[in-house]
Ligand binder design. Structure first.
Ligand code: CTP
Ligand code: MG
Length: 379
């Protein structure tokens, strides 16, 4: 049976505020809506994802979902219930998982539990117990509320499309804040499966702070190494770490032969497991002839950041007898930091000779090795 995820993203996010509705704001370098969609699209049981958006949100949604396969965007309504109704009408048949765009981190095991429970019930929703003491009141408490058997209801909520359509018809103009309420009102059986704190909805500023922490917690540190060599050939100057250095000898290479930037680029690509510099910029391709290597380094950094990654630090050792790196170290550090969008304190440039041993010792060329530390989300 086809499983369609229906993500409602037509709200205005008034309680959170900000310059745009919360589902379009960047959380850890990615729009909240994109995170919500990717979490569901990535699940093996989900066949398609459709998204309901608000009037005037077309450009924001298109930017947030660039390159994500969600079919045509569905226009929503003024209330969440209307948005769901519009979406369900567009889904057709099979199973639908109705989900709030404002819940960016859906763990895959919740979806497994929902679909498992749906085989024996008309619907299934993720729930969590209420742990805190509950009370009525405003500024002053007026009395406790019994929390036994109370549950917090989350999304995604799983239903057979026909059952949900029936419940929506039964509800008529009555609206609810979720679909389990109208399913129950229509006499249908809705199972409660274990939800997740990761599914907490982004509603207020403190929810946003918590989501930032959740995102940070999903990051793991990764390390990559890079190594490069260029032979001396012809007259100088040479380019190292993006800095022009006067030297009697030049370096042979297809691009500008910047060993430092090449080694750091490979270290970054390695940390992200994204191949190597030759794969991204083949030396056989004439467009990279004489190219400034800033381009290669900036590209590696962009790939990492586009994937939601953070670059923490790079460290490079230049191996040569000459030129002396010391006088240029600070300029190289500043330039590499600038290309990577880092602070200079996150970039280290070191140098050593090889005591006149080997090809660098014989002054035949320059080698560089680099290490990059990044953080990336586990996928
Ligand atoms: N939603 C929707 N259509 C609406 C209202 C809400 O699709 N007319 C969506 C929101 O985009 C969100 C989810 O329903 O993904 C849950 O709603 P809520 O948290 O209330 O979001 P907003 O309505 O955007 O926020 P607020 O109520 O603070 O304005
Ligand atoms: Mg709302």
């Amino acid at each position: 049976m086809t499983v369609t995820a229906l993500i409602v993203a037509a709200g205005k996010g008034e309680r959170l505020g900000g310059d745009k509705p919360k589902q379009y704001r960047q959380l850890g370098g990615k729009p909240v809506l994109r995170r919500a969609v990717e979490a569901l699209i990535g699940h093996p049981r989900i066949d398609a994802v459709r998204v309901v958006i608000g009037a005037g949100q077309e450009a924001l949604a298109a930017a947030a979902l660039d390159g994500v396969k969600v079919g045509e965007l569905i226009p929503g309504g003024a209330e969440r219930a209307e948005s769901v109704r519009a979406g369900v009408g567009a889904v057709g048949s099979g199973i639908v998982l109705v989900h709030d765009a404002a819940r960016p981190f859906c763990p895959p095991d919740v979806i497994d539990r929902l679909l498992g429970a749906l085989s024996e019930h008309d619907g299934a929703v993720p729930v969590l117990p209420v742990a805190d003491t509950l009370a009525k009141g405003d500024r002053v408490l007026t009395g406790p509320v019994d929390r036994t058997r109370l549950l917090r209801i989350q999304t995604p909520q799983a239903f057979h499309v026909e059952d949900l359509s029936f419940a929506l018809d039964e509800a008529g103009t009555r609206t609810a804040t979720d679909e389990s309420s109208i399913m129950i009102a229509a006499g249908l059986k809705v199972a409660a499966v274990e939800g997740s704190e990761m599914l907490a909805k982004l509603t207020t500023a403190s929810d946003w702070e918590r989501a930032e922490i959740m995102w940070q917690a999903r990051m793991v540190s990764r390390t990559g190494t890079g190594f490069d060599v260029h032979a001396f050939e012809g007259p100088g100057p040479i380019i190292m770490g993006g800095v022009r250095i006067d030297h009697p000898q030049g370096l042979a290479g297809h691009s500008d032969a910047d060993v430092v930037l090449h080694a750091i680029t490979d270290a970054l690509l390695g940390a992200a497991a994204l191949g190597d510099i030759g794969q991204h910029f083949p030396p056989s391709d004439p467009q990279w002839k004489g190219a400034a290597s800033d381009l290669f380094l900036a590209h590696a950094a962009k790939l990492i950041r586009d994937g939601g990654g953070i670059i923490d630090h790079v460290d490079c050792t230049v191996i040569c007898e000459a030129p002396k790196v010391g006088p240029h170290r600070a300029a190289m550090q500043a330039r590499v930091a600038e290309i990577l969008g880092l602070r200079p304190s996150q970039v280290s440039i070191k140098a050593t000779t090889t005591e006149r041993l080997g090809f660098t010792g014989r002054n035949e060329g320059i080698a560089a090795q680099a290490v990059a530390s990044i953080r990336m989300e586990v996928r």
